[in-house]
Design a protein around this ligand. Structure first.
Ligand SMILES: Cc1ncc(C[n+]2csc(CCOP(=O)(O)OP(=O)(O)O)c2C)c(N)n1
Length: 675
């Protein structure tokens, strides 16, 4: 348990009279501002409101306990009072409410109350419940490993504590004894679901299973909240680890302006809680302490009313946003030069792909002090289930290469936090098939961070993912996932097919300011051999490689199928069929100029991938050719892919029946050449 003494007097808590009055002022400001937003909503000037009223005691008490100069916070959508108390101005709030161009959180791209303020170390939030908890752990991990004394405060409602991300983050925080405080504002409802239908046991007691102290506090009593928070902050600063604070409170209005709370709670219940209004509780304390009289109160109210009115006017006069297209990437890449010839054979030691990847990881960790590798089983002595990370922990220490718990959303989310706090995270997902639990973090958080913050945050996260079949991995160790992720703006997706490219694309990914998924074809880990340049070696993202030239047709492929296509091309050459092989290497961005050149050169295209055909990545390539280069085609585009089965079966006989092969490529190429 958190050891909390029972002092309730503000001076014993180290609060000056001025601070106490400021707390009151911030609570009242939040309430009045909230009421103004509701009024604007009723007037049809603001489409959406998420209300803070009732939560001000918890939020202002929490904000006063941290120091935004060195501490971080990850507030959730109800945290208006928290942000105001931290230093966000009413004008900035209304710029968000009215979705103006100068809205500091997102430039009008996100709904209101999706806070983000890099200058105050407030990290960008999405609408997805609980995804912020792994981010908080990543930031706290970075602070701890850098030897800083900052603390991370992450906040949510009680409904969020049902999400896996919350539990995965609690576990990680407990494991690493991170300087993070989980603040749960329990207002008894998650939209309409009452907490007795949401929570087994008590929120605060959930902490104990993770080796974290948990405490329940009256969230409407600001001094109690401040006391508990200050204790948690002191513990975290002193290296004593995380805390969970459950603040019991209540919201006075509906969940949002889209909700009708009369359907699920009575006016009597709301009235009961109105009598415990956190602003009234502090006001009574101030009056009893002779710090507030009617004149002072009237003056504060008058000032706040003026401040709110001025802020609305200022925000209403601000420019509307006009640019919905920019800031998808910190470094947009637009391929503009076609490759037509094979690259010259590189020099360097000959090795297989997994050795090249291992060498690249040693190289980048040596080159960049801020690079960190993490994932399941990546530490020595195991060094990863495929041995990609062998030697990293021994060479660079457990802070630079560490095992994570078995939790993919956590792995990706921790990467987000490490990146936010200035690190260069390199995550390993053990198998592509198990990236699915991390899908939400990758798609909703990683890919959107730069866009949703209007470019104020970027994320140099590398996600290495062994993928693909042909290794008797069966249904759950063979999947191709590229179509899911190449579909997502904000991500870059690359697939090497040679050891040199495996090193070079990984190196480029680490140096790129945007998130990059590196899909490593695990069939090629030991099968592909080749010369790999020593030292730093970077292959540009967005540039395909012409592996073979030929005037009869072009095989467009990537990963294992690019490797197979080269074999097929060499066989076809003996039959006088000249098949060019264009290895895409980069799926997003796609090297369209090289595809176009290839189509123009021989007018026949065979697209090959080991993923299933329907909605596969080849469909995108085919569509672009049909749209932009149809006139150059001398034959219908042909695709050779896995048949429409859920995944590759285990039995060698069954897998052989369905896994795209060199022979299959040859047959398809022959048919196309003969068209
Ligand atoms: C993952 C996810 N599921 C569902 C929703 C829709 N949703 C938005 S808020 C909310 C309830 C959250 O309740 P709680 O965490 O208790 O916070 P409160 O709004 O009560 O402060 C739900 C279900 C969502 N945003 N994200």
């Amino acid at each position: 348990m958190l050891e909390i003494d029972s002092v309730q007097d503000h001076s014993a808590l180290g609060l000056t009279e001025e601070q106490l009055l400021d707390m009151y002022r911030k609570m009242l400001l939040a309430r009045k501002l909230d009421e103004r937003v509701w009024a604007l909503n009723r007037q049809g000037r603001v489409p959406f409101v998420v209300s803070v009223a009732g939560h001000e005691g918890t939020q202002v008490g929490a904000a006063f306990a941290i120091d935004p100069e060195r501490d971080w916070s990850l507030p959730y959508y109800r945290d208006l009072a928290f942000n105001l108390a931290l230093g966000v101005s009413p004008t900035e709030v209304f710029l968000g409410v009215l979705a103006k161009e100068s809205d500091p959180a997102s430039g009008g791209r996100q709904m209101p109350s999706h806070w983000s303020e890099p200058d105050l170390n407030v990290f960008s939030a999405s609408s997805v419940i609980a995804t912020q908890f792994p981010h908080a752990c990543g930031i706290a991990h970075r602070i701890k490993t850098q030897g800083g004394d900052g603390v991370v405060l992450v906040s949510s409602g009680e409904g969020a504590t049902s999400e896996g991300d919350w539990h995965e983050a609690m576990n990680f925080a407990g494991l690493h004894q991170l300087p993070v405080i989980f603040l749960v504002q329990n207002n008894l409802y998650a939209i309409s679901t009452p907490s007795q239908e949401e929570i087994a046991g008590k929120v605060s007691e959930r902490a104990h299973g993770y080796g974290v102290p948990g405490v329940e506090v009256d969230g409407n009593d600001i001094l109690s909240v401040y006391r508990v928070m200050s204790t948690a902050v002191q513990r975290a600063r002193a290296g004593e680890g995380p805390s969970l604070i459950e603040a019991k409170t209540y919201r006075y209005y509906a969940h949002t302006s889209d909700d009708d709370d009369k359907a699920y709670r009575t006016p009597e219940e709301v009235e009961f809680w109105r009598r415990k209004d956190p602003i009234l509780i502090l006001k009574q304390y101030l009056v009893e302490s002779r710090l507030l009289d009617e004149d002072v109160e009237a003056k504060i109210e008058r000032e706040i009313n003026e401040e709110v009115a001025g802020a609305v006017d200022e925000a209403e006069a601000a420019a509307e946003p006009h640019d919905a297209l920019s800031k998808v990437y910190a470094r947009p890449i637009e391929p503009n030069a076609a490759v037509t010839e094979p690259e010259p054979e590189g020099s360097g030691e000959t090795m297989n792909m997994i050795t090249a990847i291992n060498q690249a990881l040693h190289g980048v960790l040596g080159e960049y002090d801020d690079a960190v590798v993490f994932g399941e089983d990546v530490s020595d002595p195991k060094g990863g289930v495929f041995k990609a990370t062998v030697g990293l922990t021994d060479t660079f220490g457990p802070e630079r290469c560490f095992n994570t718990p078995l939790a993919e959303a956590l792995i990706v989310g921790v990467g987000v936090g490490i990146g936010a706090a200035g690190g260069r995270p390199i995550a390993e997902i053990q198998f592509a098939d198990f990236a699915h639990p991390g899908f939400d973090q990758i798609v909703s958080e990683v890919a959107r961070l730069h866009y949703r913050s209007n470019g104020r945050w970027s994320l140099p996260l590398v996600i290495r993912v062994p993928y693909g079949g042909g290794i008797h991995g069966a249904l759950y160790h063979s999947q191709s996932i590229e179509a899911f992720y190449a579909h997502v703006p904000g991500l870059k997706v690359v697939v090497p097919s040679t050891p040199a490219d495996a090193k070079g694309l990984l190196w480029a990914a680490v140096e790129d300011p945007d998130p990059v998924m590196v899909l490593e074809p695990k069939k090629l880990y030991r099968l592909a051999q080749g010369a790999v340049p020593d030292g730093q070696h970077s292959v540009p993202i967005g540039k395909a490689a012409m592996r073979r030239t030929g005037d009869d047709l072009t095989i467009i492929a990537y990963g294992t199928m690019a490797h197979f296509a080269v074999e097929a091309s060499d066989v076809l050459r003996q039959e006088d069929i000249e098949a060019a092989v264009l290895d895409l290497r980069s799926l997003r961005p796609l090297d369209w100029p090289s595809i176009e050149q290839a189509v123009q050169r021989n007018g026949k295209v065979l697209i090959v991938h080991e993923d299933t055909q329907f909605g596969g990545f080849g469909a995108e390539v085919a569509a672009q050719i049909a749209e932009k280069a149809l006139d150059w085609l001398d034959a219908p585009i042909r695709r050779y892919c896995a048949p429409e089965i859920p995944a590759f079966p285990y039995s060698a006989a069954l897998e052989e029946q369905v896994f795209p092969s060199v022979e299959g490529i040859i047959e398809n190429a022959r048919a196309l050449a003969a068209y």
